[in-house]
Design a protein around this ligand. Structure first.
Ligand code: TYM
Length: 333
Protein backbone atom coordinates (compact mmCIF):
# COMPACT_ATOMS: atom_id res chain seq x y z
CA UNK A 1 0.00 0.00 0.00
CA UNK A 2 1.28 3.46 -0.83
CA UNK A 3 2.23 5.78 1.97
CA UNK A 4 3.40 9.38 1.56
CA UNK A 5 5.97 11.09 3.76
CA UNK A 6 7.53 14.52 3.48
CA UNK A 7 9.15 17.10 5.73
CA UNK A 8 9.85 20.80 5.90
CA UNK A 9 12.39 22.54 8.11
CA UNK A 10 11.06 25.02 10.67
CA UNK A 11 13.73 27.60 10.01
CA UNK A 12 12.75 31.03 8.77
CA UNK A 13 9.62 31.82 6.80
CA UNK A 14 7.75 29.56 4.42
CA UNK A 15 8.08 30.94 0.89
CA UNK A 16 6.49 30.48 -2.49
CA UNK A 17 8.99 27.74 -3.41
CA UNK A 18 7.95 25.70 -0.36
CA UNK A 19 4.31 26.28 -1.23
CA UNK A 20 4.41 25.38 -4.93
CA UNK A 21 7.15 22.74 -4.71
CA UNK A 22 5.89 21.03 -1.57
CA UNK A 23 2.78 22.13 0.39
CA UNK A 24 0.46 22.39 -2.60
CA UNK A 25 1.59 18.95 -3.78
CA UNK A 26 1.06 17.47 -0.31
CA UNK A 27 -2.57 18.57 -0.37
CA UNK A 28 -3.06 16.74 -3.68
CA UNK A 29 -1.87 13.48 -2.10
CA UNK A 30 -4.16 13.96 0.86
CA UNK A 31 -7.09 14.62 -1.49
CA UNK A 32 -6.38 11.32 -3.26
CA UNK A 33 -6.99 9.58 0.08
CA UNK A 34 -3.51 8.17 0.29
CA UNK A 35 -2.17 7.88 3.83
CA UNK A 36 0.04 10.93 4.27
CA UNK A 37 2.51 11.86 6.99
CA UNK A 38 3.98 15.36 7.17
CA UNK A 39 6.72 16.39 9.53
CA UNK A 40 8.20 19.65 10.84
CA UNK A 41 11.82 18.51 10.89
CA UNK A 42 13.07 20.44 13.92
CA UNK A 43 16.08 18.15 14.36
CA UNK A 44 17.21 19.01 10.85
CA UNK A 45 16.70 22.71 11.58
CA UNK A 46 19.27 22.69 14.42
CA UNK A 47 22.07 21.37 12.21
CA UNK A 48 22.66 25.11 11.90
CA UNK A 49 22.33 27.08 15.16
CA UNK A 50 18.77 28.24 15.91
CA UNK A 51 17.70 30.56 18.66
CA UNK A 52 15.45 28.31 20.83
CA UNK A 53 12.55 30.78 20.90
CA UNK A 54 12.77 31.15 17.12
CA UNK A 55 12.70 27.37 16.63
CA UNK A 56 9.56 27.07 18.76
CA UNK A 57 7.83 29.86 16.87
CA UNK A 58 8.92 28.58 13.46
CA UNK A 59 7.64 25.08 14.29
CA UNK A 60 4.20 26.39 15.24
CA UNK A 61 4.11 28.73 12.25
CA UNK A 62 5.02 25.87 9.94
CA UNK A 63 2.22 23.77 11.41
CA UNK A 64 -0.14 26.70 10.81
CA UNK A 65 1.20 26.92 7.24
CA UNK A 66 0.45 23.25 6.60
CA UNK A 67 -3.11 23.60 7.87
CA UNK A 68 -3.73 26.93 6.11
CA UNK A 69 -2.52 25.36 2.84
CA UNK A 70 -5.14 22.63 3.16
CA UNK A 71 -3.60 19.82 5.20
CA UNK A 72 -6.26 18.43 7.51
CA UNK A 73 -4.62 17.11 10.71
CA UNK A 74 -7.32 14.46 10.98
CA UNK A 75 -6.88 13.00 7.50
CA UNK A 76 -3.09 13.43 7.42
CA UNK A 77 -0.60 12.98 10.24
CA UNK A 78 1.05 16.28 11.18
CA UNK A 79 3.78 16.37 13.83
CA UNK A 80 7.26 17.55 14.74
CA UNK A 81 10.22 15.21 14.31
CA UNK A 82 11.74 15.47 17.80
CA UNK A 83 8.44 14.32 19.36
CA UNK A 84 8.85 10.87 17.76
CA UNK A 85 12.06 9.22 19.07
CA UNK A 86 12.09 6.66 16.23
CA UNK A 87 13.61 9.24 13.84
CA UNK A 88 16.75 9.70 15.95
CA UNK A 89 16.92 5.97 16.72
CA UNK A 90 16.87 4.86 13.10
CA UNK A 91 19.16 7.73 12.09
CA UNK A 92 21.90 6.27 14.28
CA UNK A 93 21.61 2.90 12.57
CA UNK A 94 21.79 4.65 9.21
CA UNK A 95 24.85 6.65 10.32
CA UNK A 96 26.50 3.24 10.57
CA UNK A 97 25.23 2.11 7.16
CA UNK A 98 25.95 5.22 5.09
CA UNK A 99 29.52 5.94 3.97
CA UNK A 100 31.48 9.17 4.48
CA UNK A 101 32.06 9.38 0.75
CA UNK A 102 28.33 9.36 0.01
CA UNK A 103 27.79 12.28 2.35
CA UNK A 104 30.75 14.20 0.97
CA UNK A 105 29.19 14.18 -2.48
CA UNK A 106 25.98 15.90 -1.35
CA UNK A 107 25.72 19.30 -3.01
CA UNK A 108 23.64 20.69 -0.15
CA UNK A 109 26.41 19.77 2.29
CA UNK A 110 28.99 21.46 0.07
CA UNK A 111 26.83 24.58 -0.30
CA UNK A 112 25.85 24.88 3.34
CA UNK A 113 29.19 24.02 4.90
CA UNK A 114 30.96 26.37 2.50
CA UNK A 115 34.74 26.71 2.60
CA UNK A 116 35.06 26.00 6.29
CA UNK A 117 33.90 22.38 6.46
CA UNK A 118 35.95 21.76 9.61
CA UNK A 119 33.71 24.16 11.45
CA UNK A 120 30.35 22.80 10.22
CA UNK A 121 28.37 20.67 12.68
CA UNK A 122 28.61 16.90 12.50
CA UNK A 123 24.81 16.97 12.28
CA UNK A 124 24.94 19.00 9.07
CA UNK A 125 27.19 16.32 7.55
CA UNK A 126 24.95 13.47 8.72
CA UNK A 127 21.78 15.35 7.70
CA UNK A 128 20.87 12.99 4.80
CA UNK A 129 21.02 9.89 7.05
CA UNK A 130 18.44 11.47 9.36
CA UNK A 131 16.36 12.32 6.31
CA UNK A 132 16.52 8.70 5.14
CA UNK A 133 15.39 7.65 8.62
CA UNK A 134 12.45 10.10 8.47
CA UNK A 135 11.19 8.38 5.35
CA UNK A 136 12.09 4.76 5.97
CA UNK A 137 10.89 4.65 9.57
CA UNK A 138 7.38 4.74 8.06
CA UNK A 139 8.26 2.46 5.13
CA UNK A 140 7.01 5.36 3.04
CA UNK A 141 6.75 4.67 -0.68
CA UNK A 142 6.25 8.18 -2.11
CA UNK A 143 8.11 11.33 -1.14
CA UNK A 144 6.89 14.56 -2.75
CA UNK A 145 9.62 17.23 -2.74
CA UNK A 146 11.08 20.06 -4.78
CA UNK A 147 13.92 19.45 -7.23
CA UNK A 148 16.59 20.42 -4.68
CA UNK A 149 15.93 17.29 -2.59
CA UNK A 150 16.47 14.81 -5.43
CA UNK A 151 20.03 13.91 -4.47
CA UNK A 152 19.02 13.27 -0.86
CA UNK A 153 16.29 10.91 -2.01
CA UNK A 154 18.75 8.98 -4.17
CA UNK A 155 20.90 8.59 -1.09
CA UNK A 156 17.86 7.36 0.83
CA UNK A 157 17.50 4.56 -1.73
CA UNK A 158 21.20 3.75 -1.43
CA UNK A 159 20.90 3.48 2.35
CA UNK A 160 17.83 1.23 2.10
CA UNK A 161 19.57 -1.02 -0.43
CA UNK A 162 22.80 -1.25 1.59
CA UNK A 163 20.92 -2.02 4.81
CA UNK A 164 18.94 -4.77 3.08
CA UNK A 165 22.16 -6.20 1.60
CA UNK A 166 24.27 -5.94 4.74
CA UNK A 167 21.67 -7.70 6.87
CA UNK A 168 20.32 -9.98 4.13
CA UNK A 169 16.74 -8.84 4.57
CA UNK A 170 14.10 -7.33 2.37
CA UNK A 171 12.99 -4.80 4.93
CA UNK A 172 13.25 -1.21 3.74
CA UNK A 173 11.39 -0.30 0.54
CA UNK A 174 12.96 1.64 -2.31
CA UNK A 175 11.14 4.93 -2.13
CA UNK A 176 9.93 6.88 -5.10
CA UNK A 177 10.83 10.56 -5.27
CA UNK A 178 7.87 12.56 -6.59
CA UNK A 179 9.07 15.78 -8.17
CA UNK A 180 6.05 17.06 -10.05
CA UNK A 181 4.31 20.16 -11.26
CA UNK A 182 5.25 23.38 -13.02
CA UNK A 183 7.20 24.80 -10.10
CA UNK A 184 9.55 22.13 -8.74
CA UNK A 185 12.34 24.69 -8.68
CA UNK A 186 11.14 28.24 -8.03
CA UNK A 187 13.97 30.68 -8.62
CA UNK A 188 14.92 33.92 -6.86
CA UNK A 189 12.92 36.94 -8.07
CA UNK A 190 16.18 38.88 -8.45
CA UNK A 191 18.40 36.26 -10.07
CA UNK A 192 17.06 33.52 -12.36
CA UNK A 193 20.11 31.36 -11.76
CA UNK A 194 19.54 31.01 -8.01
CA UNK A 195 16.91 29.06 -6.14
CA UNK A 196 14.32 30.97 -4.09
CA UNK A 197 15.46 30.28 -0.53
CA UNK A 198 14.81 31.18 3.10
CA UNK A 199 18.47 31.89 3.60
CA UNK A 200 18.88 34.56 0.91
CA UNK A 201 19.76 37.78 2.78
CA UNK A 202 17.51 39.86 0.51
CA UNK A 203 13.80 39.53 1.23
CA UNK A 204 13.05 40.90 -2.27
CA UNK A 205 14.21 37.58 -3.75
CA UNK A 206 11.27 35.63 -2.33
CA UNK A 207 7.56 35.81 -1.58
CA UNK A 208 6.86 34.70 1.98
CA UNK A 209 3.58 33.12 3.00
CA UNK A 210 3.40 35.86 5.64
CA UNK A 211 3.70 38.76 3.11
CA UNK A 212 0.69 41.06 2.74
CA UNK A 213 -0.88 41.88 -0.62
CA UNK A 214 1.08 45.11 -1.17
CA UNK A 215 4.37 43.41 -0.41
CA UNK A 216 3.61 40.58 -2.84
CA UNK A 217 2.62 43.01 -5.61
CA UNK A 218 5.70 45.13 -5.00
CA UNK A 219 8.07 42.16 -5.09
CA UNK A 220 6.57 40.94 -8.37
CA UNK A 221 6.70 44.44 -9.88
CA UNK A 222 10.39 44.69 -8.96
CA UNK A 223 11.21 41.13 -10.08
CA UNK A 224 14.10 41.05 -12.52
CA UNK A 225 13.21 40.39 -16.17
CA UNK A 226 14.70 40.92 -19.60
CA UNK A 227 13.26 43.61 -21.91
CA UNK A 228 11.54 41.24 -24.39
CA UNK A 229 7.83 40.43 -24.27
CA UNK A 230 6.75 36.87 -23.39
CA UNK A 231 7.37 34.46 -26.29
CA UNK A 232 4.62 32.64 -28.20
CA UNK A 233 5.98 29.17 -27.47
CA UNK A 234 7.86 27.39 -24.69
CA UNK A 235 11.08 27.19 -26.72
CA UNK A 236 11.18 30.96 -26.58
CA UNK A 237 11.83 30.71 -22.81
CA UNK A 238 15.14 29.00 -23.36
CA UNK A 239 18.00 31.19 -22.08
CA UNK A 240 15.46 33.48 -20.40
CA UNK A 241 15.58 32.14 -16.82
CA UNK A 242 13.73 35.08 -15.22
CA UNK A 243 10.88 35.00 -17.75
CA UNK A 244 10.67 31.23 -17.43
CA UNK A 245 10.50 31.51 -13.65
CA UNK A 246 7.57 33.94 -13.72
CA UNK A 247 5.74 31.73 -16.22
CA UNK A 248 6.33 28.68 -14.02
CA UNK A 249 5.13 30.54 -10.93
CA UNK A 250 2.00 31.61 -12.78
CA UNK A 251 1.43 28.03 -13.93
CA UNK A 252 1.96 26.64 -10.42
CA UNK A 253 -0.45 29.10 -8.84
CA UNK A 254 -3.10 28.73 -11.54
CA UNK A 255 -2.82 24.92 -11.78
CA UNK A 256 -2.06 25.26 -15.48
CA UNK A 257 0.84 23.98 -17.50
CA UNK A 258 3.51 26.51 -18.58
CA UNK A 259 2.35 25.87 -22.17
CA UNK A 260 -1.17 27.01 -21.24
CA UNK A 261 0.22 30.16 -19.64
CA UNK A 262 2.19 30.94 -22.79
CA UNK A 263 -0.89 30.32 -24.91
CA UNK A 264 -2.84 32.87 -22.85
CA UNK A 265 -0.13 35.45 -22.21
CA UNK A 266 2.37 35.00 -25.08
CA UNK A 267 3.31 38.34 -26.65
CA UNK A 268 2.55 40.36 -23.51
CA UNK A 269 5.02 42.86 -22.11
CA UNK A 270 6.03 42.32 -18.49
CA UNK A 271 4.23 45.56 -17.69
CA UNK A 272 1.04 43.64 -18.51
CA UNK A 273 1.99 40.16 -17.34
CA UNK A 274 3.38 41.15 -13.94
CA UNK A 275 0.16 42.77 -12.69
CA UNK A 276 -1.82 39.65 -13.74
CA UNK A 277 0.68 37.50 -11.90
CA UNK A 278 0.50 39.75 -8.83
CA UNK A 279 -3.31 39.55 -8.80
CA UNK A 280 -3.19 35.78 -9.10
CA UNK A 281 -0.56 35.46 -6.35
CA UNK A 282 -2.53 37.67 -3.97
CA UNK A 283 -5.78 35.83 -4.71
CA UNK A 284 -4.18 32.44 -4.01
CA UNK A 285 -1.90 33.38 -1.11
CA UNK A 286 -3.79 35.90 1.00
CA UNK A 287 -6.40 33.40 2.25
CA UNK A 288 -3.48 31.23 3.39
CA UNK A 289 -1.73 34.15 5.07
CA UNK A 290 -4.92 35.12 6.89
CA UNK A 291 -5.63 31.59 8.03
CA UNK A 292 -2.04 31.24 9.28
CA UNK A 293 -2.29 34.33 11.43
CA UNK A 294 -5.67 33.24 12.76
CA UNK A 295 -4.23 29.86 13.77
CA UNK A 296 -1.17 31.50 15.33
CA UNK A 297 -3.44 33.28 17.80
CA UNK A 298 -3.96 29.94 19.56
CA UNK A 299 -0.53 28.31 19.96
CA UNK A 300 -1.87 25.89 22.59
CA UNK A 301 -4.23 24.44 19.99
CA UNK A 302 -1.34 24.03 17.54
CA UNK A 303 0.66 22.22 20.21
CA UNK A 304 -2.28 19.89 20.80
CA UNK A 305 -2.51 19.12 17.08
CA UNK A 306 1.21 18.35 16.93
CA UNK A 307 1.07 16.16 20.05
CA UNK A 308 -1.82 14.15 18.62
CA UNK A 309 0.03 13.77 15.32
CA UNK A 310 3.16 12.61 17.14
CA UNK A 311 1.17 9.94 18.95
CA UNK A 312 -0.19 8.59 15.66
CA UNK A 313 3.23 8.77 13.97
CA UNK A 314 4.82 6.94 16.89
CA UNK A 315 2.29 4.15 16.52
CA UNK A 316 3.64 3.43 13.03
CA UNK A 317 7.32 4.18 13.58
CA UNK A 318 8.07 2.51 16.93
CA UNK A 319 7.35 -1.06 15.69
CA UNK A 320 9.53 -0.47 12.62
CA UNK A 321 12.44 0.61 14.83
CA UNK A 322 11.89 -2.41 17.06
CA UNK A 323 12.05 -4.70 14.04
CA UNK A 324 15.17 -2.91 12.79
CA UNK A 325 16.87 -3.42 16.15
CA UNK A 326 16.00 -7.11 15.98
CA UNK A 327 17.47 -7.38 12.49
CA UNK A 328 20.65 -5.68 13.69
CA UNK A 329 20.87 -8.04 16.68
CA UNK A 330 20.28 -5.67 19.55
CA UNK A 331 19.31 -7.36 22.82
CA UNK A 332 16.03 -6.30 24.37
CA UNK A 333 14.49 -5.03 21.13
P1 TYM B 1 13.26 22.48 3.04
O1 TYM B 1 12.74 22.75 4.41
O2 TYM B 1 14.45 23.24 2.58
O3 TYM B 1 12.12 22.68 1.97
C1 TYM B 1 10.84 22.10 2.12
C2 TYM B 1 10.29 21.67 0.78
O4 TYM B 1 10.21 22.79 -0.11
C3 TYM B 1 10.89 22.49 -1.32
N1 TYM B 1 11.52 23.72 -1.83
C4 TYM B 1 11.34 24.20 -3.06
N2 TYM B 1 10.57 23.77 -4.09
C5 TYM B 1 10.59 24.51 -5.22
N3 TYM B 1 11.32 25.66 -5.36
C6 TYM B 1 12.09 26.12 -4.36
N4 TYM B 1 12.80 27.26 -4.51
C7 TYM B 1 12.12 25.38 -3.14
N5 TYM B 1 12.76 25.56 -1.95
C8 TYM B 1 12.39 24.53 -1.17
C9 TYM B 1 11.93 21.45 -0.94
O5 TYM B 1 12.35 20.71 -2.06
C10 TYM B 1 11.17 20.63 0.07
O6 TYM B 1 10.36 19.68 -0.58
N6 TYM B 1 15.76 18.17 3.69
C11 TYM B 1 14.44 18.75 3.50
C12 TYM B 1 13.49 18.46 4.64
C13 TYM B 1 13.34 17.02 4.94
C14 TYM B 1 12.62 16.04 4.19
C15 TYM B 1 12.72 14.84 4.91
C16 TYM B 1 11.91 16.10 2.99
C17 TYM B 1 13.82 16.36 6.04
N7 TYM B 1 13.46 15.07 6.02
C18 TYM B 1 12.15 13.66 4.44
C19 TYM B 1 11.32 14.91 2.52
C20 TYM B 1 11.44 13.71 3.24
C21 TYM B 1 14.58 20.27 3.41
O7 TYM B 1 15.54 20.84 3.89
O8 TYM B 1 13.52 20.91 2.87
Amino acid sequence: TPRVFSGIQPSGNLHLGNYLGALKRFVEWQERDIESIFCMVDMHAITVWQEPADLTKATRELCAGFIASGIDPERSILFNQSAVPAHAQLAWIFNCVARMGWMQRMTQWKDKAGKNQQNASLGLFAYPALMAADILVYHATHVPVGEDQKQHLELTRDIAIKFNNDYEVDFFPETEPVIEGAATRVMSLRDGSRKMSKSDPSDMTRINLTDDADTIANKIRKARTDPEPLPHDLDGLEDRPEARNLVNIYAGLADHSPAQVIREHGGQQFSTFKPSLADLAVAKLSPITEEMSRLMRDPAEIDRILARGAERANGIAAPIVKRTYEVVGMVGA
